[in-house]
Design a protein around this ligand. Structure first.
Ligand SMILES: [Zn+2]
Length: 457
């Protein structure tokens, strides 16, 4: 059991630099940017074996030692209602009695097959306290509670659950992969996947899902240039996300457009369906027939990168966009009240809503705040559209753009209606399904994506 601790990190705030050090084993101390990531943790061959761990940040690559941790001692602190553990490699952690009782791992309290807590809330004693607590072989703690119930907790289970915000920060990316924000330099090494390989090879499908999560964008090529392919791909992954447009949608030039996407004028950078409470997570756009004249080019930009730039260079404008509610509207759709940039409980941007046609004219904020909001929104749009940040290319028949609709903004340049046909088909799949597919494939193929930082590692 090995763990790393980021020593200085307040939840919800991002500092410029931090310190990464091995937990419970002060063999080495290194400094690197807080956004640094651990790139390799070799598999332990046995207990009590020191490991060499590599970490990479903007400041370069570092290597450090981490020692295996066991439990040296356990003390009951009845005055604080906490159990205090001393680790064999140094350091202590305290665990509240009520939390330990709630998380008893015995078969009466916890069903290991479904990894579910099964005891009843009514029966949880808020004042539970141990009669005794002892260390078992340096690798577990046994607690006998005052009502006679006995619980056993393994060191390898307790350590990652230590009540420290730093431990929580390390655990955070375990479900989601750490995103890699990008500018237009991505064009030189575009994340790519092959449609035939994704359809037949689980490893190719897994690699696509990893890249999509890290970069938010993967260009898939080699699909037949005929309708029905986005559905095949979506159903190979999981289930199509239904919207009020149906299961899949077709974008062609129409005489009487009911949506701006059917016009041949430019389609400004936007995310789809900002007025949905559960906005579709991943979007697929298949080019079946491309416009043959000049125009009809695709534009793709990383909203996360633009939001990071806004936060660094215009903190006040970033604050405005992440705290001002905006109404979104579409005919036949729904209205919703969400920020242009939404942040999660860690203060990281988790959803970007941006669509000029679908921003409602209702704006429920004080009149004197309106001009500053427009100024912030225009600055954000300049960052999105800046050629340093925005990709520009023309899709060819048989390619499918796959991208994160919560993070990536997409658009299309104008083209002359009626000159030649253009036929696009699209659909959505939700992130929960894509991530679930990744987890299942990881298990099947014995891969740990958490160690992934870049595509080649
Ligand atoms: Zn129990």
């Amino acid at each position: 059991m090995y763990a790393l601790r980021v020593a200085t990190r307040a939840v919800g705030r991002v500092a410029a630099t931090g310190t990464l050090q091995p937990t419970r084993a002060a063999v080495g101390l290194v400094r690197l940017p807080l956004r640094g990531v651990v790139t390799s943790i070799p598999k332990a061959r046995g207990r009590d074996q020191d490991l060499e761990i590599s970490a990479k940040g903007q400041g370069g690559e570092v290597r450090m030692q981490a020692a295996a941790a066991g439990i040296a001692d356990v003390t009951m602190k009845h005055d604080e209602s906490m159990l205090k553990l001393s680790w064999s490699t140094g350091g202590t952690d305290t665990y509240p009695y009520v939390w330990l009782r709630d998380n008893c791992q015995c078969p009466l309290c916890f069903h290991s097959g479904s990894r579910s807590r099964v005891h009843l809330i009514e029966e949880l004693d808020l004042n539970a306290r141990p009669r005794s607590a002892k260390v078992l072989g340096g690798q577990a703690v046994e607690v006998q509670w005052s009502d006679g119930h006995v619980s056993r907790y393994e060191a390898s289970w307790l350590l990652p659950r230590a009540f420290q915000s730093a431990e929580n920060y390390i655990r955070k990316p375990s479900y989601k992969l750490t995103p890699h924000p990008w500018g237009s330099e991505l064009m030189e090494d575009l994340p790519r996947a092959s449609f035939p390989e994704m359809m037949s090879d689980d490893a190719a499908l897994l690699k696509w899902s990893q890249q999509l999560e890290i970069f938010g964008f993967v260009m898939v090529s080699g699909a037949p240039a005929e309708p029905g392919q986005v559905r095949r791909l979506a159903e190979r992954i999981a289930f199509i996300k239904k919207t009020h447009y149906g299961e899949d949608f077709t974008v062609i030039v129409k005489d009487d457009p009911s949506n701006v996407a059917y016009l041949s004028g430019p389609l400004q950078l936007h995310a789809d369906l900002p007025y949905y409470q559960y906005k579709p997570g991943v979007q697929f756009i298949h080019c079946i027939k491309q416009y043959e004249g000049n125009g009809g080019d695709s534009q793709v930009t990383d909203g996360l990168h633009a939001a990071n730039l806004l936060r660094e260079n215009h903190p006040q404008k970033y604050r405005i966009l992440t705290s001002t509610p905006v109404d979104w509207f579409d005919e036949g759709g729904r209205e919703n009240h969400v920020f242009l940039c939404s942040t999660d409980s860690y203060g990281d941007v988790c959803r970007i809503n941006f669509s000029q046609p679908q921003r409602d004219s209702f704006f429920d904020i004080p009149a004197e705040d309106v001009a500053a909001w427009y100024d912030a929104m225009k600055t954000f749009h300049r960052l999105l559209a800046d050629p340093k940040n925005c990709l520009h290319f023309k899709m060819t028949p048989g390619t499918i753009m796959t991208f994160d609709n919560l993070r990536i903004l997409h658009g299309r340049t104008a083209y002359l209606s009626g000159y030649s046909a253009r036929h696009i088909e699209g659909c959505y799949v939700d992130w929960d399904e894509v991530r679930s597919r990744r987890h299942v494939l990881e298990k099947k193929l014995g891969v740990n994506s958490r160690r992934l930082v870049r595509r080649e590692e």
